[in-house]
Design a protein around this ligand. Sequence first.
Ligand SMILES: Nc1ncnc2c1ncn2[C@@H]1O[C@H](COP(=O)(O)OP(=O)(O)OP(=O)(O)O)[C@@H](O)[C@H]1O
Ligand SMILES: [Mg+2]
Length: 237
Amino acid sequence: MMKYAVEVDGLVVHRGRNDVLRSISTTVPTGAIVGLLGPSGSGKTTLMRALVGAQRITAGTATVLGLPAGHPRLRSRIGYVSQSPSVYDDLTTRQNLAYFGRVVGAPSRDVDRVLDEVDLRPQQHDLVRDLSGGQQNRVSLGAALLGSPELLVLDEPTVGLDPLLRRDLWTLFRSIASQGTTLVVSSHVMDEAQRCDRILLLRDGTLLADVTPAELLERTGTADADDAFLALVGAAA
Ligand SMILES: Nc1ncnc2c1ncn2[C@@H]1O[C@H](COP(=O)(O)OP(=O)(O)OP(=O)(O)O)[C@@H](O)[C@H]1O
Ligand SMILES: [Mg+2]
């Protein structure tokens, strides 16, 4: 097994006139859950897009599962949930999962496994447009879990979920990681950072911190993650 699922070296991304990522270097250990945190506009989505091959890289390298990001052989090995819903709202939950399962060549029994994992069995025959926002997010997450990808890239997967569902999802993330899958998860919610193995804190396209949750608190001398975030993001402003 590879030591690192993701290796990023001197990654620079320009979008239009914006220097969105300014020489990011980091590694993500295989089987780890890495949290991507930072203020709105700091570059979280752009970094994730670069990892899944959806973003043109200006300079530097992004290596994913030993291949250059965007390599065609990575397509079925990465599950990506973008920040905006990417499933079909005129299909049912089950129809969506069946469709995306075929796209990645997942065995058809995967649909039932995933329905239970994201807790949408009661909604399996409902049209996605008739689901709540949180349920729609979970359909997208379910689609990414089909075929058991080696790397999951999840852009704010817990937005709009109540605390109970968030806790259940993090339990699911941990159980997926314990089977050797690597997760890169962005979030605005700092208490979710505490559940990660490592935290990448971005501000203005720069990596402010690449630490464990304990190191984050230690480094900022704060007792909770919200204060640590404010200390780091504020101090560097
Ligand atoms: N299509 C685009 N063209 C030009 N600049 C863009 C484009 N999309 C994003 N940007 C710029 O890139 C920067 C980072 O955007 P990104 O979406 O990566 O941030 P984010 O950290 O994911 O924010 P949020 O927490 O709001 O989702 C923003 O400041 C924005 O101005
Ligand atoms: Mg974003």
